[in-house]
Structure formats: structure tokens, C-alpha cells
Design a protein around this ligand. Structure first.
Ligand SMILES: [Co+2]
Length: 200
């Protein structure tokens, strides 16, 4: 399916729910889900992150009132009627879950990955976040405080990841390309980059 109208997006969202209910198979819509969970949605969130890195005033607004910011961008996909963005720093690492089901800010992150809906993730990220994050590749020092945010039908959360080292000279569009979906859920820390054509 190549139609990317809002109606098509809604239909695809419905399909993912039907899969959860066991009414259709995952294979039938796997390609579509992949497209929205890994590309379309996260690119919107990445734009917000890159601008926040590049523009301190925008960052302040994003952390204060993400809902209005997202509204002004006009992203499709919904599920951001109330969006809160939390900032990762050297001292605090934030990660997002929905302990109840799979609430997720579709307009900025696309559809949730399978593991986000997994009962193991939903319980362990609350019960033993440091251990689970380490298993997912995020090793945090004992001096780093971990905060877990429980998304719900009322409030969805997104993480503003730390800007990777070595990116001082990158333009906003280049920065956006570095931002991954998982870093905006808080289960990945973005590594440094080697900029082609520049000596480190
Ligand atoms: Co939920």
C-alpha cells in the first residue's frame, strides 16, 4: 500500500489493534507497520529533537509545552493530544513505558515497536530499569538517576536524548538523521559520530 493519507494511517492503526486482538495475522500488515514504526513517525520526533539541540529557545518551549509545539508542526498520526517531552542529561536518564497497554505518541514516533507492548518490558522497565536498560545496550553509571514515565490515554511521553559528541558542526537536518526511535523512548543512548570529510 503506498497511500499515505490520514485515512490510510488510521486504517493501519486499526490493523495493528486487530493483530493485538488476534483477528488478523501480523504478517499481513508487517510491511506497513514497519514503515510507520521505523520511518514516518520517528522522523517527526527526530525533527523536534534536532531543533531542540540546535535552538535553546525551542528546546525550552519543547520541554515546557510539547503539546503546542507538536500542534504547530501539524504532524499526522495523532495520539499527542497531551505530549510531555523529558530531557536526558548526564545526571538523569528518562525512559518511557505504558504499563497498562501500549499508549504511545504516534505522531512523533510512529506505531510502537513490538517489544514496547511486551509484558516483560512493561513490568521490568519499572521493577528493574537499570538492569533492563543495560540488557538493551544502555549501561548507566550508578550516579545516573533513572526516571520512568508511564504513558496513558491522557499523557504521552517522549524523551529528548542527549546530543551525541562530535556533532557541533552539523546542521539541523544532519542532526535529525542521527536521532533514532529508541533514543526517543529512552532505551538507547546516541553514540558519537564521525563526520565525513572532517578530522576529529
Ligand atoms: Co496504554
Amino acid at each position: 500500500m503506498s497511500d499515505e493519507s490520514p485515512q490510510a494511517i488510521r486504517a493501519e492503526a486499526l490493523e495493528s489493534i486487530l493483530i493485538e486482538k488476534g483477528l488478523i495475522t501480523a504478517e499481513a500488515v508487517d510491511d506497513i507497520i514497519t514503515r510507520y514504526s521505523e520511518r514516518v513517525g520517528p522522523m517527526n520526533g527526530a525533527r523536534l529533537v534536532a531543533r531542540a539541540w540546535a535552538d535553546p529557545q525551542f528546546k525550552k518551549q519543547l520541554l515546557t509545552d510539547a503539546t503546542s509545539i507538536v500542534e504547530s508542526f501539524g504532524f499526522e498520526g495523532g495520539q499527542v493530544e497531551k505530549l510531555v517531552v523529558v530531557e536526558n542529561t548526564e545526571k538523569v536518564h528518562n525512559a518511557v513505558v505504558c504499563t497498562l497497554c501500549s499508549c504511545y505518541p504516534w505522531a512523533v514516533l510512529g506505531l510502537p515497536p513490538k517489544w514496547y507492548k511486551d509484558p516483560a518490558y512493561r513490568s521490568r522497565i519499572v521493577m528493574e530499569p537499570r538492569q533492563l536498560l543495560a540488557e538493551m545496550g544502555v549501561g548507566l553509571g550508578s550516579n545516573v538517576e533513572i526516571q520512568i514515565w508511564d504513558s496513558s490515554a491522557e499523557i504521552r511521553y517522549m524523551v529528548l536524548p542527549m546530543r551525541p559528541p562530535g556533532t557541533q558542526n552539523l546542521k539541523e537536518e544532519q542532526l535529525a538523521e542521527l536521532v533514532t526511535r529508541d533514543s526517543m523512548i529512552g532505551v538507547e543512548v546516541l553514540g558519537g559520530v564521525e563526520v565525513p570529510g572532517e578530522l576529529s
